[in-house]
Design a protein around this ligand. Structure first.
Ligand SMILES: Cc1cc2nc3c(=O)[nH]c(=O)nc-3n(C[C@H](O)[C@H](O)[C@H](O)COP(=O)(O)OP(=O)(O)OC[C@H]3O[C@@H](n4cnc5c(N)ncnc54)[C@H](O)[C@@H]3O)c2cc1C
Length: 380
């Protein structure tokens, strides 16, 4: 059988792309190496995503409006989200639901580890490990196979440069950790991460606690151990998980007949490591560009252009923030101090929830700018 499109990788980006293409009537196969996969992930998603993709409330285990940012010296800033919430999902359920939506829309969902993707005639031939799925053909490819994308490697896309390695542990609630049940905590602390941050995300029946680092001179397991000690948890986790977070878009992620979406394209924002929203949006935008390509002979590069037009300012802004403030504890202390400002909180949450950068009035911008300078000079 020759498909119109083979989508490689059944995470959020691939499942959304496959659903969109199938709904438009294109024969689509979604290839996932392990349909029981539990992607290591904090599972924090913004309200805008929940609304756009009609995520059922049963999948959103928590709707959190209260957040705490903690500095290296232990200063804690309380932050409230008046206009929305951060939803907490569990990836094993979330991804399975997204794949079931793709199937409902008409996509064929198949389990098999893709071993090679090669040009053949005017399309591609795809093989899987041990021929679990017999070699198959597709006119076009969507690579949605995550940070270590085989598709990108086989089709010679530019490298995926900047990768944070992150680890997360799951802990059952105990009387001592009940205090974290309804709060998102973010720790900016060099002992927890020298160049990223540590997180405590509450789920229905456990806490997901993790940290990441870009810097390979640091031992991630030791950072995580120190984080757990600092929180004061003495119990053992029931699950350890780790994976790369590709926080820099590839130089290009669209070719004449193939595109990359989500982590495969490096679409995770710096500073906060948010990837689910961009995976699903890129899956949708990529599929729409593919539909226009089939119907109107439009170039697939339109997808990359559209994604960059919409989201480059966010990626740029967060990269500057990470470069300026995540370098040492003095700067992290300043950053947390700035977070105390109500306007900073409002702008941060508004742009997080719906990914719309609405410029603040100039007076507010000047105030925030002056506060930045003040705290940077003062170091707290
Ligand atoms: C520890 C950690 C915490 C995170 N926390 C958050 C968070 O709280 N919020 C947030 O927004 N983002 C978070 N992220 C980032 C987020 O998990 C990713 O950006 C998101 O999963 C990207 O979705 P994706 O579909 O592009 O890729 P993935 O979710 O990685 O899916 C890729 C899929 O492809 C499959 N696959 C891979 N290779 C092959 C192959 N050769 N053949 C067939 N199938 C293959 C995999 O099994 C997988 O199912 C976190 C990441 C990590 C590592």
């Amino acid at each position: 059988m020759r498909y119109d499109v083979a989508v490689i990788g059944g995470g959020p980006s691939g499942a959304v792309a496959a659903a969109e293409l199938s709904r438009a009537g294109f024969s689509t196969i979604l290839l996932e190496r392990n349909l029981e996969n539990v992607k290591p992930c904090g599972g924090a998603i913004p309200l805008g995503l929940i609304e756009e993709f009609n995520i059922p409330s049963v999948l959103v285990e928590k709707q959190l409006t209260h957040m705490k940012a903690r500095s290296p010296k232990g200063r804690v800033i309380d932050m409230r989200m008046p206009n929305g919430y951060v939803g907490m999902v569990r990836r094993e359920k979330f991804d399975a639901w997204l794949r079931s939506e793709a199937k409902k829309a008409g996509a064929e969902v198949a389990e098999g580890l893709v071993k090679s993707v090669a040009h053949a005639g005017d399309g591609f031939v795809i093989t899987t490990l041990n021929d679990k799925i017999p070699p198959l053909r597709a006119r076009r490819i969507i690579g949605a196979d995550g940070a270590n994308s085989k598709t990108a490697e086989n089709l010679c896309f530019p490298a995926n440069d900047l990768k944070v390695i992150a680890m997360q542990q799951r802990f059952r609630y105990t009387p001592a950790t009940e205090q974290f049940r309804d709060i998102v905590e973010i720790w900016f602390d060099g002992e927890v991460s020298p160049d990223f941050y540590g997180w405590i995300f509450p789920k229905a029946d456990h806490l997901a606690i993790g940290t990441g680092t870009e810097d390979n001179r640091h031992n991630l397991k030791k950072l995580q151990k120190r984080f757990i000690e600092k929180i004061g948890i003495t119990e053992k986790p029931y699950l350890d998980e780790a994976a790369k977070i590709p926080m820099k878009p590839r130089k290009s992620f669209a070719q004449e007949k193939a595109i990359l979406v989500g982590d495969a394209a490096g679409l995770v924002t710096p500073a906060n490591g948010e990837g689910i929203f961009f995976a699903m949006r890129s899956g949708k935008l990529g599929a729409k560009a593919m539909i226009a390509h089939f119907n109107e002979k439009a170039p697939l590069q339109a997808y990359e252009k559209e994604f960059k037009k919409l989201y480059s300012p966010i990626f740029f802004g967060l990269e500057v923030l990470q470069t300026v403030y995540y370098r040492n504890d003095r700067l992290r202390e300043s950053f947390v101090a700035i977070c105390a400002d109500d306007d900073v909180q409002r702008i941060t949450f508004d742009s997080y929830l719906y990914k719309k950068m609405v410029p603040a009035p100039w007076k507010t911008q000047m105030k925030i700018f002056s506060k930045n300078i003040y705290h940077l000079l003062k170091g707290c």
